[in-house]
Design a protein around this ligand. Sequence first.
Ligand code: MN
Ligand code: MN
Length: 422
Amino acid sequence: MFSRRDMLAATAVGGAVTAATMTTANATPVKSDITFGNPNDPPQGAINAKNPRSITDPGPQNPAIRDQFPGAFSPPATDVGSMPLSWASFNNAPRRIQNGGWARQVTQDSFAVADTISGVNMRLTSGGIREMHWHQFAEWAYMTYGTCRITVLDELGRPYIADVKEGDLWYFPAGLPHSLQGLGPDGCEFLICFDEGKASEFTTLLVSEWFTHTPPDILADNFGVPAETFQDIPLRDLYIFQGQLPGDLAADREAVSGKGAPPHPFTFSLGSGAPARETKGGSVRIADSRNFTVSTTIAAALVTVHPGGLREMHWHPNADEWQYWIKGKGQMTVFNTGPNAVTMDFNAGDIGYVKKNLGHYIKNTGDTDLQFLEVFRAPYFADVSLSDWISRTPPAMVAQHLNVSEATIAKFPKDKPEVMPS
Ligand code: MN
Ligand code: MN
């Protein structure tokens, strides 16, 4: 039987924890025969399989999919138990394609664990319009490509019009009506998050449908013009359609001016802003109601992890985390009582989910920068760092738990790095 000491010797890399640091702390005996995984179970993981045939898979399989999930096909020996799948993806979500662009979504219907947020991925061509509409839930968006013009009206009749680019956000409070249009030269693509897991992009309140389903004489009364004015309105919804490119932004704003601007901007530059934290390992940019004041129900962190880096072991005390994986590749392990520890792999276009307060970390497993969004249904971003906790607890207390010397504990990060190495 492999021991934890054997495992450390086999897997230790330069500077990492070694068997020596595990055993020199104090007089508390170390059970060096403890295996990885749940010690109450037979040892798990490929390294514990004495018979090499234990890890083969003669049965039907799809290598193209299997090989994207090495953490599931051959979990770390420390993984144990099970929990609801933390992985979903836009890559296999059906695209609703119309002339002018497309949309696809992942709601709680297909991703059961994600009850706080649903996600939409949308593409609009140059001039392509997502028709004027509103809905029951707040809409938060992150631009991943191109440029887009957004329009929105607040409840006091104050319009807001802005052009957004890659790395920018918008936030529309529930019920405020809005439109989106791709700009030149090649439109845009973006992510939308609704602050409700069941929210569907395909059940929004559409301006075309309300006109279609209102008697012409009511439309005449409502707008103070003859009923014939509306003889050419569309008889079915538009949703996404190819439109004409708008004029310049100043002209669009001037055309609807008069009541002043809303007090809180509905857009925010996240990608081009200063990082809240930057280390050798990467950076974290944060947008929440403290700097993006209108965004009272969604907080987000844009995380970049350089090759070899680690989004540190942490949890979030105030909300579930919904992730959008933008580029690169990584592996996340989620820890829960039980014990349960489950590892999953993620690539661009994938979605991850971690319930509130469950421990997790993300390793960049590729050779390029990994970038992903952490999105929370919360007014502000909050996380608790394991190393911060360990280094802000009296060393004697920590040493008695971990059998690690106080001298070694003194070397742990003390400044909540967010991304390691610090
Ligand atoms: Mn919308
Ligand atoms: Mn997190």
